[in-house]
Design a protein around this ligand. Structure first.
Ligand SMILES: [Zn+2]
Length: 401
């Protein structure tokens, strides 16, 4: 049976690689069962992946009574990608393998407001690339706190970075001569969840991040919703209270201006919970130590997040909410306010929706950016445009770095 490289097949190729990367070696029968495709289609998919050098046949699995099955695993040399997280004062890099595992990482100071910011970013990236080795560097994924016109174009607007129509993608492509994919950092995390995380088992879910900013990645039917201009998911700018504190976007009373890290630290200082120069870590430590005033700052934030998120869940009807970001370190304190207000604000039928709080590492944002590249060769929607085609060519052609 000949299977054309249709959209559906591309998605399955991606799913097979993601499954092997996240769950380890598996037999064809296991893969077919887990991913819900026919054994015949799985045989064809794995044949193609083997001939492309992306997966390898391993030893036989321990017999479970019947004939032992041949196990398949990711080819270590299948490919690697670099992910970059850009924030106002530094950039973080990771290099990941085809299975999403971090091979190495680095962090460098960076001034997002410098007139030379694009040249600076390019030379920092050049230096990081030069420190690596191995074949098949598939491309660079860049995650930014802002709106990106198209992944394969990469023009960025960001209130957080003070960027207006900054041509990140084009500049880096020209400087590095590599495929470059740029995306909002929360959308990039949502992509990583879809490939390697809880999102693998759900077609529609929300990734909500709390920390310096508050944002959401919206996945509907397996696809990250970008909106008409790449700005979907900016839940941090949901208007919550009249005449509230000023937000970075210029409006007042946005959710982010009320529950973002800056707002929590300010509340901690104003209420005398922490000193005038102390930060979020001190506030969290106070709450952990049982200070009721510190704990209530987090639980009030949780209460507001719960009400706002309930409205968003009602509008989008996801299967699951995944909470991520630096702010989740204090989640037990947030949850005290979040759980009751979130559940009570939902329509009765939606009240049982799952909320998964995932552990957070410093390199998670950059890992999300790298997932943009790893997802692209199998991107049947063409979201990454020409850059996706170039990554695919590098993967199949086995080109070096
Ligand atoms: Zn705002």
């Amino acid at each position: 049976m000949a299977i054309r490289p249709t959209a559906r097949t591309d998605v399955n190729r991606s799913a097979v690689l993601a499954q092997l990367g996240a769950q380890g070696p598996a037999s064809r029968a296991d893969l077919a069962r887990t991913l819900g495709v026919s054994p015949a289609l799985m045989t064809q998919l794995t044949k193609d992946l083997l001939s492309d050098g992306l997966i390898v046949e391993l030893e036989h699995s321990p017999s479970q009574g019947g004939r032992p099955a041949r196990m398949l695993g990711l080819a270590a040399s299948g490919g690697r990608a670099i992910g970059v997280k850009v924030v106002a004062d530094h950039v973080a890099f990771v290099e990941v393998g085809l299975d999403g595992e971090v091979l190495r990482s680095a962090s460098e100071p960076f001034d997002a407001t410098a007139t030379t910011l694009l040249a600076d970013l390019a030379s920092l990236l050049e230096r990081f690339i030069a420190g690596g080795s191995g074949t098949r560097l598939l491309g660079i994924g860049v995650g930014v706190p802002g709106a990106v016109d198209r992944q394969g174009n990469g023009v960025v607007d960001s209130t957080q970075l003070g960027w207006n129509q900054v041509p990140v993608g084009e500049t880096l492509r020209r400087a590095l001569n590599l495929p470059v994919i740029v995306e909002n950092n929360v959308n990039a995390l949502a992509m990583a969840e879809r490939l390697y995380g809880v999102g693998r088992r759900h077609d529609s879910f929300l990734v909500v991040t709390i920390g310096t900013g508050v944002g959401a990645g919206i996945v509907v039917d397996g696809v990250v919703l970008r909106g008409s201009s790449g700005g979907a998911g900016e839940i941090g700018h949901t208007p919550v209270v009249e005449d509230g504190p000023l937000c970075t976007c210029g409006n007042t009373g946005c959710l982010e201006a009320l529950i973002g890290e800056t707002a929590l630290v300010r509340a901690g200082r104003e209420r005398g919970v922490i000193g005038a120069t102390a930060g979020i870590a001190a506030l969290r430590a106070a709450a952990d130590a049982g200070d009721p005033a510190a704990a209530s700052i987090f639980s009030e934030a949780g209460h507001l997040l719960g009400r706002t998120l309930a409205g968003i869940v009602q509008a989008l009807d996801p299967e699951l909410v995944i909470l991520l970001g630096e702010g989740t370190a204090a989640w037990p304190h947030w949850a005290f306010g979040f759980e009751p207000s979130f559940r009570a604000s939902l329509l009765p039928l939606r009240r049982g929706i799952g909320v998964a709080v995932e552990s957070w590492q410093d390199e998670s944002w950059a890992q999300g950016a790298a997932a943009l590249v790893l997802a692209t060769p199998f991107d049947s929607e063409g979201v990454a445009g020409d850059q996706g085609r170039l990554v695919r060519e590098r993967l199949v052609g086995g080109g070096g770095a």
